[in-house]
Design a protein. Structure first.
Length: 72
């Protein structure tokens, strides 16, 4: 059950896959994940975790509710 907070890129990708997204796929300067026609950009790898604010923006873009994310 992931908290809505800072997370590692690897965990973000794993949880998006659990929610039905495929990928990540190459696309320009960032990778993206896709579910149907919906595309969500995934941040490039960094040495630190992805911040809570960016996780919230990604989930909003993907149409994922906080409760759905935390129920994984």
């Amino acid at each position: 059950m992931p908290k809505l907070g800072p997370t590692k890129r690897k965990n973000l990708i794993k949880h998006l896959r659990q929610l039905g997204f495929d990928g990540p796929f190459s696309g320009g300067s960032h990778l993206f994940m896709q579910r149907g026609k919906l595309r969500v950009r995934v941040p490039n790898p960094h040495q630190t975790d992805i911040s809570r604010g960016l996780v919230v923006k990604i989930l909003d873009e993907a149409g994922i509710e906080k409760s759905e994310w935390e129920s994984l």
